[in-house]
Design a protein around this ligand. Sequence first.
Ligand SMILES: NC(=O)C1=CN([C@@H]2O[C@H](COP(=O)(O)OP(=O)(O)OC[C@H]3O[C@@H](n4cnc5c(N)ncnc54)[C@H](OP(=O)(O)O)[C@@H]3O)[C@@H](O)[C@H]2O)C=CC1
Ligand SMILES: CC(=O)N[C@@H](CCC(=O)OP(=O)(O)O)C(=O)O
Length: 351
Amino acid sequence: MIRVAIVGSTGYTGAELVRLLSHHREVEIVALTSQSYVDQPYEKVYPSLTDHVGLTCQAQNVEALMADVDAVFLALPHGLSVPWAQEAYRQGKKVIDLGADFRFRQVQTYESWYKTKHEAPELLGQAVYGLPELNRDKIRKSVIVANPGCYPTASILGLAPLLKNKLVNPQKIIIDAKSGISGAGRSAKLGSLYGEVNENVKAYGVATHRHTPEIEQEAAALLGLAPEDITLSFTPHLMPMTRGILATIYCDLQENLSITATEVRQIYKDFYGGEPFIHITEENQWPETKWCYGSNYVFIGLTIDERTKRLIVTTAIDNLVKGAAGQAIQNMNLLFDLPETEGIDRPGIWP
Ligand SMILES: NC(=O)C1=CN([C@@H]2O[C@H](COP(=O)(O)OP(=O)(O)OC[C@H]3O[C@@H](n4cnc5c(N)ncnc54)[C@H](OP(=O)(O)O)[C@@H]3O)[C@@H](O)[C@H]2O)C=CC1
Ligand SMILES: CC(=O)N[C@@H](CCC(=O)OP(=O)(O)O)C(=O)O
């Protein structure tokens, strides 16, 4: 059995990791850390997991905990992952970081968008961007997996076949994305209160959201360019729902390119052929967040607006599963040479 710890287990992504890993046939969860619930039974923090965990929350002790496991999942706020990654590297263990500390290839990008100094820039080169559909082979050989952000997961998977096949102008991409409130985590914040979110929709982080450079970096990589070679527009919106992301992506077709929506759909089907979690919808069928609720599925729909020659793609995921915990487990399965779908092959729930 693979022994794992979940650090920051009492947050939303931590709880989703516990829920999914408690049924993973090759994993034993040996430690769950928390800041506010030390010495409390995990099942008291999340009664929905009663009889599935049997562990008590513990404080962080990086060295001792790392010595006891094969891998750690870090579900911490940004800026706290470095000591864990350093220790894992020292002890030859694996780290899957759900935060952003290891997602960037250029330390200046992280420091300017996250407004914090990176304490171990030398480790950035050891980290692999953990999007299995694009980086599977590199992930298998890595020590630190930087699990992508939720909006970048939806956006990059929606864009990848277009960029790889050079079908669209990469400087004219617009991503309009919507998220449920669980994307903001479990800590108490004014903006997460029911009275603020219910019956309300708002844009936020307009032209400044920290996922913009992450999407640009990976979009550029698909074209073989440096991260700074692409700029795109990304606007997130908060929706009155708990889970889910829907990203609508607008792209200008390359000039003089003559192609039909049917042909583009076939390109997507070929690109993602055999991918267990990705589903390309049929003509006039548009993904909904509920189709992914609680599952690791990604649904992608597309068409060409013949009047504007614009290609429109919509991608739906569950931010806590493919956008966080499910993808992290998919990465762990790759790291330990397990079937990629193990522990994350259950359907979602409806309604
Ligand atoms: N929510 C989402 O949809 C997604 C989140 N992510 C990323 O995953 C990470 C976790 O997110 P999420 O689960 O939503 O966050 P939460 O705020 O829900 O949980 C954070 C966790 O970290 C612990 N924690 C907070 N501060 C500290 C500290 N100073 N030292 C030690 N532990 C601390 C908390 O402990 P306690 O509960 O005891 O206070 C809790 O267990 C973040 O980096 C986030 O950006 C990535 C993709 C999607
Ligand atoms: C609704 C909401 O607040 N969402 C979060 C995104 C969470 C996430 O995936 O991102 P990271 O892992 O990069 O934190 C936000 O906009 O900051």
